[in-house]
Design a protein around this ligand. Structure first.
Ligand SMILES: [Zn+2]
Ligand SMILES: [Zn+2]
Length: 260
């Protein structure tokens, strides 16, 4: 048994026991309808529609027509091999991510990892290492935890793949993205990651995040991993902000309106 197989088994057992005890001590409430006994109840969960139908083969964004790639990926191919998201950033899933990020609902991390397990299994990706999008040191200190890591760690354990919280780091603080318009996000994030070649060289990496808005964060993190010698980069997120305007990747979408 490899070190990470044992670590994954322990992780699954400990987190399962921990969350069962917490549910018993403090019964959770549905983040969307407040029903007792669930972090997200079955009724609210059933409202979530997975992204399906015609999706860009590269970035997983809904495409109209017969093209295999969206316009942005045709014009400027992104550096990752493929990116997929479970659903769009609206409704109950938006509430779930909000609860995970801003209301310290930590049980939501493992809960939201479940649909990603299925997505990654279906994708056929060959992955050696799972990493979360890291937070800056100051944001981590402020929040106390990285919400993407709560998802990625559980995902890696369920897929029995090695996980690392330290292979890629945020090297300088970035302003909160919500405060920036889409055009400024790429500049703000440029070179904001450092990836460790010792852990990443010649390996296939899966990057995990809670929400993808423009894709700028995933692209910049991918660039850092590739610079460190990683082979193929795959990206997955729970939710995806779907824009009315088609041109969203390269920060040209200043007039776009987020549907979320
Ligand atoms: Zn509910
Ligand atoms: Zn695309």
């Amino acid at each position: 048994m490899t070190d990470f197989t044992l670590a994954n088994k322990l992780h699954l057992q400990i987190t399962s026991l921990f969350w069962r005890s917490m549910d018993w001590l403090y019964p959770p409430r549905c983040c969307n309808c407040d029903r007792r006994g669930f972090v997200l109840c079955e009724t609210c969960f059933a409202e979530i529609e997975p992204l399906q139908g015609a999706l860009c083969q590269k970035c997983g964004y809904p495409v109209s027509g017969k093209g295999r790639l969206c316009e942005e990926c045709r014009l400027a191919p992104p550096p990752f091999t493929q990116m997929l998201s479970w659903t769009s950033y609206i409704g109950p899933v938006k509430e779930a991510i909000h609860a995970l990020k801003y209301k310290r609902n930590l049980a939501m991390g493992p809960f939201l990892a479940k649909p990603l397990v299925e997505i990654v299994k279906r994708s056929g990706w060959n992955i050696d290492l799972v990493v979360p999008i890291p937070l800056s040191r100051s944001r981590l200190r402020f929040r106390g935890y990285n919400q993407a890591a709560l998802i990625s760690h559980q995902l890696a354990a369920q897929l029995n793949i090695q996980h690392s919280n330290t292979a890629v780091k945020r090297v300088r603080n970035t302003s909160t993205q919500i405060e920036l318009d889409v055009n400024k996000r790429f500049m703000n994030l440029f070179d904001a990651f450092y990836a460790n070649p010792a852990t990443l060289k010649k390996r296939n990496i899966l990057i995990v995040d809670d929400v993808i808005t423009t894709g700028a964060t995933m692209q910049n993190c991918t660039k850092a991993l590739l610079q460190a010698g990683a082979e193929n980069i795959y990206c997955v997120s729970v939710a995806r902000a779907i824009l009315r305007h088609a041109k969203h990747h390269q920060g040209f979408a200043s007039n776009s309106v987020l549907l979320s």
